[in-house]
Design a protein around this ligand. Sequence first.
Ligand SMILES: Nc1ncnc2c1ncn2[C@@H]1O[C@H](COP(=O)(O)OP(=O)(O)OP(=O)(O)O)[C@@H](O)[C@H]1O
Ligand SMILES: [Mg+2]
Length: 266
Amino acid sequence: MSVPRRAHGRIVTVFAAKGGYGKTTLSTNLAVTLNASGARVCLVDLDFEFGDIARWLRLEPTRTLLDAIPLQGKLNAAGGASLITPYRPALDCILAPVDPGQAAKLPSNVTAELLAVLPSLYDYVVVDAPAKLSLHTLSALDSSHHHVLLSTPERPALKNLRRTLDTLELLSYGRQLRSVVINQAGSRLGLTAEEINRLVRSPIAARVPYIWDVPAAINRGVPLAISRPDHPVVRAIGEFARAHLTAERAAQPGFVAADGAGRRPA
Ligand SMILES: Nc1ncnc2c1ncn2[C@@H]1O[C@H](COP(=O)(O)OP(=O)(O)OP(=O)(O)O)[C@@H](O)[C@H]1O
Ligand SMILES: [Mg+2]
């Protein structure tokens, strides 16, 4: 962390209307993929009640977001750095509280404060959001430069995705900030690409295939992006990152971040 920063990092929040659509799968593999391309990355587990990142990556949660509470109101870059759990070189995590009952102790302004300082330490901050539009989720969406909105390719999930997009539009989040990703996609699932497009009514940025290796990798505790960087799931996530995240960042003169691009009008 001693290298002087020439620019601010980008915050990418991964959100879905319901659990099980693949937020943690996407955010962990996205964080590893961005890191593999040379970026400094922080993966933040904002699922305070049942956060998975520590278990998925086999990390000891000795430091969690709960340690941010005493820093409230004065959370600077050093404070943000004190919360991290290193995973790999230039890939750190901020873990969710271990006890779901402690989640209520976390005021939402801690999330806002934390996400205000992390971009000075990292090129990318990837936020694994809970499956609810809580105040913490809204804080993350407000702070983000990019929203990744996930669904699986079943009709009810796609309808929930459309309702999510409508809600975010009502909340005045710009469409240009978002990418819609269909996870667990496949040709044998009953819905054609046209039917999916008709239900979602928004461009689909990526389709991540359904492959059994994903749960197997979770059981091994090593993200596919590490164990099998050429795996089709990892390739789909890598192509998405190149097309929608790294290209967007590189297009900015001097990599200067847009000011609070996700922020809704006050
Ligand atoms: N592309 C995929 N192919 C096969 N299985 C997948 C794929 N993506 C996710 N899964 C499986 O789906 C399940 C749910 O994924 P994941 O835990 O990432 O979802 P989530 O949105 O984070 O859920 P929660 O909100 O409960 O934390 C996991 O068992 C995972 O192994
Ligand atoms: Mg999850």
